[in-house]
Design a protein around this ligand. Sequence first.
Ligand code: PLP
Length: 445
Amino acid sequence: MTKTVDIIKRDKAVLSTSMTRDFDFVFKKGRGCNIWDTDGKKYLDFAAGIAVMAAGHEAPPVVAAIKKQLANATHCAFPDFYAETPLLYAETLLGNMPKPLNNGRIFFTNSGTEAVEAGVKLAKWNKRGSHMIAFDHCFHGRTMGSLSMTNSKPIQREGFEPFLPVKHVPYPYWYRMKMEPEECSSHCLNALEKTLFELGDNCSGVFMETIQGEGGYVVPPKSFVQGVRKLCDEHDVIMCSDEVQSGCYRTGKFLAIENFGVTPDIVAMAKGIGGGLPLGAMVARRELMTWPPGAHSNTYGGNLLASAAGKATLDYLKKKKAAQNAVKIGNHIMKRLNEMKDKYEHLGDVRGIGLMIGAEIVHDKKSREPAPAEREFIIHRCFDKGVIMIGAGKSVIRFCPPLIITKAEADHGLDVFVHSLKMLHEHKKKGGKMTEPRITRDHYT
Ligand code: PLP
């Protein structure tokens, strides 16, 4: 029995059945953009631990900062005691924010869902409206407040009612809705406006992923994001941006929403900002964060190790010009994917900003019908060839490598991807059957 088989067997005996692992991959170590399994096989990590390892695995300054902090203390109950390490991190984080959020305030959390929860609570605390508005196919997390908004897959919600009061409105996934981008943008904004009118004072805020992640790496038209801002202002509700996946320079800007010329009132962040340690943050405009001591808190927010890792990560990303690299390599990946799109019938759509890129796998370009089994075929061929790629939405493959990826590494991943795409076309040409998709995509986040 290999080590991999042994570990998977033991894992299946004791761990929650809700976790789904798509690959028989047992993680052993990571360096930069590469990871190794427990049997010593090397892989290129095109998923970055689901958009977490922005600075790559084991970035030397991040490891050094963790070790330095470890020599002093790991935990101080920061919500109850002052400490400089989380404060330095807070100052650095705010320094990266666009105006006027750079003059805002931060509440530290341990995860993305907890940052979203804090954002919902702050919106409600300020506006006292019973409802939030969220979008179709959104993903904001799995604890009860964020789950009340999350609706990218039925299985995420089944069996967990009742939810908090949330109204869902359409999000401009124009490719799938078979509309032109601007037509789709107006359609969705009209639905949002109607819902805001209906809710009146019962609405506290609108929560939105600027670029939908789990829902399928969907990039909305600029007019839509600007329209949401305008409607929030007109209806005096709080605009909350979920940047858990899209933030931390992934799109070339610190927040993805900066690409759309919009500043939200509240931002939820996690994943990339912690350098691999569990860390999230809810950042709000200064005038909104006036809730009194005790109104909201936690135990681990501002954890010393996580803050040290987070600060070192942000400094390192700046030093390495990761934002510029995300744009440069992202444009290169988009160019190559678009060239492939012209050649391959199953590559229906390619979209993204920076290193947040989605490739939508379809049955054919005309019907645009999602092809989950074909998507899985490609992902598994990539895995066999040592490239980790993950899905999103019904049949999208995401490209979200570490932001420090080189052109040579990106080209290697793309070469493997195109080879897998070719294999799919040849398989189907020969009349090969597709197996039922094992990847349900209900579990990636
Ligand atoms: N929001 C978005 C956009 C996400 O992508 C995720 C996780 O993938 C979350 C929230 C929840 O984050 P976490 O899994 O850290 O709770």
